[in-house]
Design a binder for this molecule. Structure first.
Ligand code: AMO
Length: 479
């Protein structure tokens, strides 16, 4: 018999239907057995009446939570006083005529009917596929998918071109340690996983693409925190012939459109229940015009470059965006060296150019951060498009001519072939989702997250490799 989805049960009243899904709960009341069956569209009560066949009774006795089952029966309206108004399908039930076990399940190592925050995270991550069956994690996955889709639509509507860039590539200095991949055919040579597609998106501007975006995966070998993960997703954006205000206006429009799209969302029969639930609770924008503050002002007034400007900081229903601009071009590292605050491709403020060599730390830049509820949800800058100025910055950073050529020769070369002025931004989508979903950790919105020390407990990565694999990759491991 053809499968009926639980959301279609209302159209099947007084008809026979077959449902497929997971057993959520099973209650044996002696004469009657109740099974709550769950599929991706909802949950429905299935009732075995005393007059059901002995065969069905025998199967029902074996059934346990999380078994995958096929249940056939007549869908009926529940008597008025039995209606469970809190549940989407609480007004119907299935009077079971036949049931079949499709696959059995061990008892899960933790409960799935709570929000899971009481369970040790390591255990949840080891069994992430079970953890994902809980409503909260599943909601996060559904919302993530839908929000990514909406962002794609918004960017495409704004005439941006979605272009992917390599993951096996050469490093771009953006402040974090990089993951290395040995090149099998080139002993002693390595690819580097990108911290961001920064150089590629600038090269795409040289290529005349003008408006680029990508939902890009970035890799940074850094200590994780609640809002940081080793691999994460950026909405990476780059535009040609724009100034700082135009990039900011574009990003602002993207975010306002996204939040409004969610809030004005019209449900369709294709929607997942978790998405509709989220739409109902989606936080409100504090303002459609994001306030702008300089870095100096933020530090002076709030003592941080990512102030939380919500009217009530305990309020998860408010989205308070804020631009922070005029970041210093450089910062001093702990060992007293000069480093880029954003990255070395960032345009210095033209009014401060004459101080580049004499007083580099006082030079402001065309770099901006987008802050949301006290988190940095995006960062970007206008880029240098003059190869001479780019070299001057590299030199100020203490990078020798030789090293400049080795690390950035390709970019400097490209800049000899007609470069449009350009700039961009990269909102971190994990952080955005974490805030939208009122989660305390970015890992809650990542499908298969790693632990703080970089372990994938589900797959068991990283792991040692057999000698022949290392040999093939020309690697000998220090003991
Ligand atoms: P930046 O390094 O500021 O800029 O990163 C942009 C945004 O990405 C998010 N982010 C992270 N999210 C989760 N885990 C991490 N480890 C992590 N690191 C960063 C943040 C941050 O604001 N190429 C430039 C962008 C540009 O100049 O256009 C860049 O990557 O939300």
């Amino acid at each position: 018999m053809k499968r009926t989805l639980i959301k279609e049960s209302h159209q099947s009243v007084d008809q026979e239907a077959t449902f497929l899904g997971w057993v959520d709960t099973r209650r044996d009341m002696g004469k009657m057995v109740f099974i709550d069956l769950k599929d991706r569209t909802g949950i429905i009560q299935c009732t075995l009446l005393p007059n059901v066949s002995d065969e069905a009774k025998a199967v029902a006795a074996e059934i346990r939570p999380q078994f995958v089952v096929s249940i056939t029966g007549t869908v009926v309206k529940r008597p008025e006083k039995m209606v469970n108004a809190d549940k989407a399908h609480g007004d119907v039930e299935v009077l079971v005529s036949a049931l079949e076990i499709v696959s059995i399940s061990e008892t899960p190592p933790f409960p799935l009917d709570t929000d899971g925050t009481e369970i040790k995270e390591e255990l949840r991550l080891e069994y992430r596929y079970l953890d994902m069956r809980r409503n909260r994690v599943r909601r996060n996955m559904v919302v993530r998918s839908k929000v990514f889709g909406m962002i794609r639509d918004i960017m495409t509507d704004m005439e941006f071109l979605e272009i992917d860039t390599p993951v096996l590539t050469k490093g771009t200095p953006e402040g974090a340690r990089e993951y290395l991949v040995p090149a099998r055919n080139k002993p002693g040579q390595f690819y580097v996983l990108p911290q961001s597609p920064q150089q590629f998106k600038q090269l795409l501007m040289v290529a005349g693409m003008e408006k680029y975006f990508q939902i890009a995966r970035c890799f940074r070998d850094e200590d994780v925190r609640a809002d940081r993960h080793q691999e994460f997703i950026q909405l990476d954006i780059e535009m040609s012939f724009v100034n700082q205000e135009e990039v900011m206006a574009m990003a602002e429009k993207m975010f306002v459109t996204l939040i409004e799209k969610i809030q004005d969302y019209k449900a369709t029969d294709k929607d997942w229940p978790e998405w509709l639930e989220f739409v109902k609770n989606c936080p409100r924008l504090q303002s459609k015009e994001f306030p702008v503050m300089t870095y100096a002002e933020a530090m002076e007034k709030f003592g941080t470059d990512k102030p939380d400007i919500r009217n009530n900081p305990d309020d998860p229903n408010e989205l308070a965006f804020l631009w922070v601009v005029d970041f210093p071009l450089f910062e001093k590292t702990s060992d007293g060296k000069l480093a880029s605050s954003h990255h070395p491709f960032t345009m210095p403020h033209p009014d401060d150019l004459d101080k580049l060599e004499s007083d580099p730390e006082s030079v402001r830049s065309y770099a901006y951060d987008l802050v949301l509820n006290g988190y940095e949800v995006g960062g970007g800058s206008i880029r240098i498009h003059d190869p001479k100025l780019q070299k001057r910055i590299f030199t100020t950073l203490g990078i020798s001519e030789e090293e400049q050529e080795r690390q950035f020769g390709h970019l400097l070369k490209a800049f000899e072939f007609g470069v449009p002025p350009h700039g961009g931004i990269a909102p971190g989508l994990g952080r955005l989702l974490m805030i939208l979903l009122n989660e305390k950790s970015i890992r809650e919105v990542i499908p298969f997250p790693k632990t703080g020390d970089g372990n994938d407990l589900l797959m068991g990565a990283p792991s040692p490799l057999p000698a022949h694999r290392l040999d093939e990759a020309n690697i000998s491991v220090k003991k």
